[in-house]
Design a protein around this ligand. Structure first.
Ligand SMILES: [Zn+2]
Length: 180
């Protein structure tokens, strides 16, 4: 897929981007001009094959996007709550994808590597009880994440009704809604 690329090359690209950059609006500008901010939150995997802008054909500013390993909501809960406080989202799409890296390792493997690297630090951080995001069943992980947000006491009730989960097929490009 991607060629190896250095930070220096990426910084050089930024100079090119900067040359034609138009200033992005500030929150103050948006408020003063009554321009609505995106009311859709998309949660997806960091995997480049699972890029929500590509999958959903998003134009600039059409959605807030949070990404982590697998597109798993639990480690993102604080971000979701804080962003919803600021933005007041109307809908949430949780997108997991086929062949996700999270299905190619286990929590036990990560714990083993970290413990071998520094047993004392691993013990101090209690890595044996840490969930590193390994997934064993993909449709189930979507159901689990939708359920987690819908049942979380700190989530806003109106938003809970508009949380949907999907499995994205990296071969077909299709999104399948997964309901629990
Ligand atoms: Zn993934």
């Amino acid at each position: 897929m991607a060629e190896k690329i250095t930070v220096e090359e990426l910084l050089a690209r930024n100079k090119i981007v900067m040359a034609s950059h138009t200033p992005a609006p500030t929150f103050q500008f948006l408020a003063e001009n009554q321009i609505a901010v995106a009311k859709t939150l998309v949660v997806a995997c960091v995997d480049p094959r699972s890029d929500p802008s590509y999958i959903l054909g998003l134009k600039f500013g059409e959605a807030g996007i949070l990404r982590n390993i697998g597109g798993q909501v639990k480690p993102l809960l604080n971000d979701i709550l804080a962003l919803d406080n600021l933005i007041t989202f109307e809908q949430v799409m949780i997108i997991h994808h086929t062949d996700c890296g999270s299905t190619h390792f286990t929590n036990e493997q990560v714990r083993g590597v970290l413990t071998q690297r520094d047993p004392q630090a691993a013990a101090e951080m209690n890595v044996e009880s840490v969930d590193f995001g390994a997934v064993s069943n993909l449709p189930d992980s979507v159901v689990r994440d939708v359920k987690f947000l819908k049942e979380h006491k700190l989530m806003r009730e109106e938003l809970k009704e508009n949380i949907k989960g999907y499995l994205y097929d990296i071969e077909k490009g299709s999104l399948e809604e997964i309901s629990g």
